[in-house]
Design a protein around this ligand. Structure first.
Ligand SMILES: Nc1ncnc2c1ncn2[C@@H]1O[C@H](COP(=O)(O)OP(=O)(O)OP(=O)(O)O)[C@@H](O)[C@H]1O
Length: 304
């Protein structure tokens, strides 16, 4: 188990993280979300031992994770960290980068392992291409493959799919998180993207104002968002008097109700339209199967 106890940290004067405590079980997938600048990357770096803590302790099983004050080499051997800026070797091939830290004593096993990893990150056709010739998203995939090559006990991912296009993202997510679960690799992911969390994280935390604002399973936080910040991470939402936070998909057009609104705009979203309306002078968003006429009056009911 990863155990973080009362961790506090500042780069300069301002506390970036204050009194952070949480635990992650072996094999669990844990997500850290929060606005830009809330300290997600800093927390991952602290878990990796990049900086000395101002206060608190981090343990993996019974081993303390200590900062550079105590270690010549940053990063425990059982842990891998894929940062937002990936540090690859540009002049050698994708396959060589992925195999860079694998033993040369067993060349056949090494090749099998590299092939397995190329499959996980869907880079088989690029195996022999030099990394300097790859796109940002392809480099990100090489960095992920290299991090899992030696099967770490814990993997820290910072915005792991941020450079990867939507075509590839969905299948890559499924493939990577499935691989990690099969190998029982504990994974902590810092992300802005709800799709990294909803289907793939067992538990999550929300960082805000240097503190943990909420923790729970993605389902718990999604179904009962305590506040606007949490709701906004998951979906388009409204704050409606007497009803609180209501997601756009929780509103439907009915014949008659207390919620009378005026259609302002319709946005095509593929399988539905997102309708912007005016409810008593406040903006309101809801989902509808079809576009609605600007200026028309509609009535809405809430399905929770
Ligand atoms: N090396 C550093 N020196 C000083 N301040 C830093 C350093 N790195 C980050 N910070 C500050 O710490 C705060 C948290 O930054 P961090 O990168 O951890 O946030 P984040 O939640 O990961 O943001 P993002 O989602 O944009 O990646 C920010 O205010 C940032 O300016």
């Amino acid at each position: 188990m990863l155990h973080v106890k009362n961790l506090s940290f500042k780069y300069k004067k301002q506390l970036i993280l204050e009194n952070i405590s949480f635990s992650v079980n072996a094999g669990e997938h844990y997500a850290i979300i929060g606005e830009s600048g809330s300290g997600k990357s800093t927390l991952l770096k602290l878990l990796y031992g990049t900086y000395n803590l101002n206060e608190g302790e981090i343990f993996w099983k019974d081993n303390p994770i200590l900062g550079p004050e105590h270690n010549l080499i940053i990063g425990p051997s059982y842990m891998k960290y894929v940062a937002q800026e990936f540090d690859l070797m540009p002049f050698i091939s994708v396959a060589e980068n992925i195999g860079a830290f694998l033993s040369n004593f067993y060349p056949e096993e090494k090749q099998i392992r590299i092939n397995e990893l190329l499959d996980v990150v869907e880079l088989q056709p690029y195996a022999d291409i030099k990394v300097k010739e790859l796109s940002g998203g392809q480099k990100q995939r090489v960095a992920i493959a290299r991090a899992i090559a030696k099967q770490p006990e814990i993997l820290l991912l910072d915005e792991p799919f941020s450079h990867i296009d939507n075509f590839k993202k969905q299948s890559l997510r499924r493939s990577l998180f499935k691989f990690l679960k099969e190998k029982n690799i504990t994974c902590i992911v810092a992300t802005h993207d709800k799709d990294d969390v909803l289907s793939f994280s067992d538990n999550m935390m929300v960082l805000h104002d240097a503190k943990i604002m909420a923790t729970g399973t993605p389902q718990e936080l999604y179904k009962n968002p305590e506040n606007k910040l949490i709701a906004s991470f998951f979906d388009e939402f409204n704050e409606i008097e007497n009803y609180g936070i209501v997601y756009a998909h929780q509103l439907q057009v009915v014949e008659k109700s207390d919620l009378k609104a005026l259609v302002v705009q319709s946005y095509f979203k593929g399988s539905y339209w997102l309708i912007e309306a005016d409810l008593n002078g406040k903006k309101l968003f809801f989902e509808n199967k079809s576009t609605l006429k600007i200026g028309s009056t509609i009535y809405l009911s809430i399905i929770k």
